[in-house]
Write a protein that binds this ligand. Structure first.
Ligand code: MG
Length: 358
């Protein structure tokens, strides 16, 4: 009898939660181990707030609460993430759907001046800078450069047999008319063979009718050595950015021809959407001492459409979206990868990829 009464009281309490009860700061982890922090402000039956993840802070204003359940949504550069949850005193359960995947977690109300999990953490914006803007240089006309006799041809226009998905299965990007196009959502592709020092030629094309802005416009990436699978360190690679920067400002150390989040290109050598862009790259892999410490950093020279954009640049470490680059672990040869970036713009294409080992 007593138990039933308690249960009833509990249910009543649970179903009579109002927007005022959601007011406050909430902190927890999602089941992918990602920290999440909410600052919520009630207004009648509605609420607004800020969602903070390691990636960004996003405002929303469409929060609704009904009984003990609530919903809100966040617009991430055109992609909407829907959140729903249940409130129970100083605890909430939260679930969200992002790019077709569902995540969930539990959050606790933070008391008084308890700090958020992000209080002392770096944000992506801290390693992005916008000036000075590299000068625009118009490249000469495109000329196809076929592979020389000693090249390893990584794509000859016919198939992706030299590439695989990260899980080891066949590469799922679409081969057609002598080129291949990213199939968004199928994941990065990575070479079956591993490489150390090399000269690489690769051509990439932004679709003529590309939409979007900043990093949300034809984003991909060339990972010069990709250690994430071999060393089991997530997102661990050295990246030359691929992006449409023909007429699209972004942070300059994230534009086409940059060493992503490290060094902007010397100039902007982009051809316009619909035309082929070419990277000719020489890469020197990092060297490590026997005790695992760094002996010499990786170095890279990049020509974009025949124009020098990276001049023997010393790579400072892995490509860190958040925080600082570092050489986290010694390694030898590694695959080259191409990025399936989550940006919502139309997929880009590649062709004529060949490499000479040095
Ligand atoms: Mg990229």
């Amino acid at each position: 009898m007593m138990n039933k009464l308690l249960a009833l009281l509990f249910l009543m309490a649970a179903f009579t939660a109002s927007a005022a009860d959601i007011d406050g700061r909430w902190s927890g982890k999602l089941n992918n181990n990602m920290d999440i922090y909410l600052e919520l402000k009630a207004d009648g039956k509605k609420f607004s707030g800020v969602v903070t993840t390691p990636y960004n802070d996003k405002l929303f204003t469409d929060g609704k609460i009904s009984g003990s359940t609530f919903t809100f949504s966040v617009n991430n550069d055109g992609k909407v993430t829907s959140y729903k949850g249940t409130l129970n005193g100083d605890n909430m359960t939260l679930s969200l759907t992002n790019e077709g995947k569902e995540y969930s977690g539990t959050l606790k109300r933070l008391k008084g001046s308890e700090p958020s999990p992000f209080a002392s953490r770096m944000k992506p914006q801290m390693t992005e800078y916008w000036e000075p803007v590299p000068k625009k240089v118009e490249p000469g006309p495109y000329v196809m450069v076929p592979p020389p006799s000693d090249a390893i041809v990584l794509f000859d226009g016919k198939d992706l047999s030299k590439w695989k998905s990260r899980d080891g299965s066949e590469a799922k990007w679409k081969v057609e008319d002598g080129l291949f196009t990213v199939v968004k959502g199928t994941g990065d592709i990575t070479t079956r063979q591993k490489f150390g020092d090399y000269q690489l030629h690769i051509e990439w094309r932004i679709p003529e009718d590309i939409q979007g802005q900043s990093q949300g416009r034809g984003n991909s990436g060339l990972f010069l050595q990709d250690l994430s699978d071999d060393l089991k360190i997530p997102d661990y690679w050295y990246e030359v950015q691929i992006l449409d920067n023909y007429n699209n400002p972004t942070y300059v150390n994230g534009q086409a021809g940059s060493i992503y989040k490290q060094n902007p290109p010397l100039v902007n050598a982009m051809r316009k959407p619909g035309e082929w862009n070419v990277y000719d790259i020489t890469y020197t892999a990092p060297r490590f001492n026997e005790n695992g410490t760094l002996h010499s950093p990786a170095r890279v020279t990049v020509f974009h459409n025949g124009i020098l954009v990276q001049n023997n640049y010393e790579i400072r470490g892995h490509t860190a979206y958040i925080g600082m680059p570092a050489y986290k672990a010694p390694h030898g040869k590694a695959p080259i990868s191409l990025q399936d970036h989550g940006d919502p713009s139309k997929a880009i294409s590649f062709r004529n990829i060949w490499l000479r080992e040095l």
